[in-house]
Design a protein around this ligand. Structure first.
Ligand code: A2P
Length: 342
């Protein structure tokens, strides 16, 4: 089997580190691993398969010099905007975890469990985009319902962990909690979030748009429809909560046809990489603590609306750094290899 030279851009970050862990776990066919980051981290090392691999500085020429075949980007939108074209120019396929290329009509936006066929369009720009973390876990749970019942509308509220904003955001939560217990917490000291995150719940992720929704909420609207190839109404409220890892979502889905909760549960269970945790009598339902370092999406609290027989409610939880980012990117790369070697 052919092996590939793989670059991980942002290898020292929260998602980049997970990309390395997931590649190890699936025994990704790596010929050479090239971890890339800013000049700040260059010369340091990251662990891969019990070896310390030296981090290199991301430059315009590094993809060509290292003969990279697959470049996984997770170092922020502006880094992807500037450097992904150099990776493509050097002959690599770029799998980009940032929002920069997601809505470009020439860039496929892929969740392998939902629209793997779109990967075939990668040659148009040389780039495949990885969706927003909240969108990925939601469409995975909804795909079987879309196939079985058709979907008219989705109303979703999210409970998003601090790691979605990177390592320094997790540090900010931990620091504030330590300061709280030392009676030293200063509410005005926050950098990564618009307010104190410790012991708080913030109904704002990213900036507000003219329509009153935030950019994160509009990502869920636009990306869901691009991935599901549909015109579904989506209303999202994205909320940051003081957890470290694992996004939760309360999802209300209005279907085109009537459904019954048990049949819907069985339908959702057939989705790829979905685990049902739904035994309310025993207090069994998904929570962020269940999903850390897991590659599946957990679904529970599945119940039909008490007024409308075509409306279903559910709670969906997944590891945002894995399912919502690294695992999805690595699964895209695996499918890309499958397609290229057909
Ligand atoms: P570095 O460690 O050198 O700052 P997180 O999302 O956890 O904050 O991580 C962001 C990742 O993106 C890190 O690996 C970080 O590297 C990398 N990064 C940020 N800015 C740049 C840049 N301008 N060039 C290359 N890598 C960058």
């Amino acid at each position: 089997m052919r092996k590939y030279n793989v670059a991980v851009v942002g290898a020292t970050g929260a998602v980049g580190e997970e990309m390395l862990r997931v590649m190890e776990e699936v025994d990704f066919p790596v010929a050479k691993l090239v971890p890339l980051a800013s000049a700040r981290s260059a010369g340091g090392t990251v662990a891969y398969k019990e070896e310390d691999v030296v981090v290199k500085e991301l430059t315009e020429t590094v993809f060509d010099e290292e003969e990279i075949d697959i470049a996984l980007f997770s170092a922020g939108g502006s880094v992807s905007a500037k450097f992904a074209p150099f990776a493509v120019e050097a002959g690599a396929v770029v799998i980009d975890n940032t929002s920069h290329f997601r809505m470009d009509p020439e860039v496929p936006l892929v969740v392998p469990e939902v629209n793997p066929q779109d990967i075939a369009r990668w040659r148009e720009r040389g780039i495949i985009a990885n969706p927003n973390c909240s969108t990925i876990q939601m469409v995975q749970a909804l795909k079987p319902l879309q196939d079985a019942y058709g979907i008219e509308r989705i109303d979703v509220s999210t409970y998003q962990a601090t790691s979605g904003a990177g390592k320094s955001a997790m540090d900010e939560l931990v620091r504030q909690m330590q300061e709280f217990f030392a009676f030293k917490l200063d509410e005005s000291e926050h950098k990564k979030f618009p307010h104190q995150i410790a012991l708080n719940v913030i109904p704002q992720i990213d900036v507000f748009m003219d329509n009153g929704f935030t950019k994160e909420e509009m990502k869920m609207v636009n990306e869901t429809n691009k991935i599901m190839h549909d015109s579904i109404e989506v209303a999202a409220t994205c909320v940051r909560v003081p957890t470290l890892r694992g996004h939760a979502e309360s999802v209300t889905v209005t279907c085109k046809r009537d459904l019954d909760a048990d049949a819907a549960r069985e339908t959702i269970a057939k989705g790829e990489n979905i685990v049902i945790l739904d035994d309310p009598a025993k207090s069994v339902y998904p929570m962020p603590t269940h999903c850390v370092e897991k590659n599946e999406t957990f679904v529970g609290r599945i119940r039909r609306d008490i007024y409308r027989p075509n409306v279903l409610h559910m709670f969906v939880v997944a590891d945002n750094l894995r399912v919502g980012a690294a695992t999805n990117a690595v699964r895209i790369a695996q499918k890309w290899i499958e397609m290229e070697t057909l």
